[in-house]
Design a protein around this ligand. Structure first.
Ligand code: MN
Length: 240
């Protein structure tokens, strides 16, 4: 890692997911496998990429109205708010007025993490479900005992997230381990350096129109639309 990246790690507190996305983008050298989520526009401002499918593409597991509202009114505003937080921090530097620095750093961590995780979530879905193959399947069996144990563990972790958050499968290059984590809100309970591979959103906005309080049913059904190809691409990039 370069000193610049170490500096960035220290300066953006409590945002392991930000590090994770940074690590993915850092794979883009010659000869390296790459998987980079598009998080910014040409001007370097955070911007939400087009949804990679129609609103109804995840039916019947996730209804079109939920996808439409989730993408437009939960994901998109996060990118706007992350830009606003960075602009606020720039103004603080210019004016030497750091009276709002704590709130701005918290806002940046929360909103940028939301943008990162939603960008991953959309691409993780619209698949055929089933089970992964290849290296990812072997790594899951090696780490968790079997796909069935992995699935039961991930479902249990995801359904029991306190209030709003995510369940996830991640890979930590430093330890070469796959791991299941819970994430509260968008930025809490990470282990630093973990690259998120599969994100399961359990904010109520992700399922309440169709499932109301039945979070476990929604989480179980998500396994029917996971794109294991997308998860495997992310796994390959994180290991290379
Ligand atoms: Mn969400």
């Amino acid at each position: 890692m370069t000193s610049r990246r170490n500096f960035m790690q220290g300066s953006v507190a409590a945002t392991g997911m930000l590090l994770a996305a940074d690590a993915v983008i850092a794979q883009t050298g010659p000869g390296r496998r790459r998987y980079a989520d598009k998080l910014t526009d040409d001007a370097g401002k955070y911007a939400v990429a087009p949804l990679p499918y129609a609103y109804d593409a995840l039916e019947p597991v996730i209804d079109a109205k939920t996808v439409e509202f989730h993408y437009n009114f939960h994901h998109k505003p996060a990118a706007v708010a992350a830009n606003r937080a960075e602009e606020g921090l720039a103004k603080a530097r210019d004016t030497s007025d750091y009276s709002q620095v704590k709130a701005l750093e918290k806002e940046l961590s929360y909103q940028l993490s939301s943008h990162i995780l939603h960008s991953i979530y959309w691409t993780n879905m619209a698949g055929k479900g089933g089970e992964p193959g290849g290296d990812l399947a072997r790594a899951i069996s090696g780490e968790f005992g079997s796909f069935a144990k992995f699935k039961a563990h991930l479902i249990a972790a995801t359904t029991s997230v306190e209030a709003s958050g995510w369940g996830l499968l991640g890979y930590q290059p430093a330890s070469k381990k796959l791991m299941i984590l819970q994430c509260e809100n968008h930025q809490k309970l990470t282990a630093w350096g973990v690259v998120p591979l599969l994100m399961l959103d359990v904010f109520e906005h992700a399922y309440y129109l169709k499932y109301q309080n039945r979070r476990p049913e929604y989480v179980n059904n998500l396994f029917g639309i996971v794109s294991w190809d997308n998860v495997a691409e992310r796994f390959d990039a994180a290991r290379s």
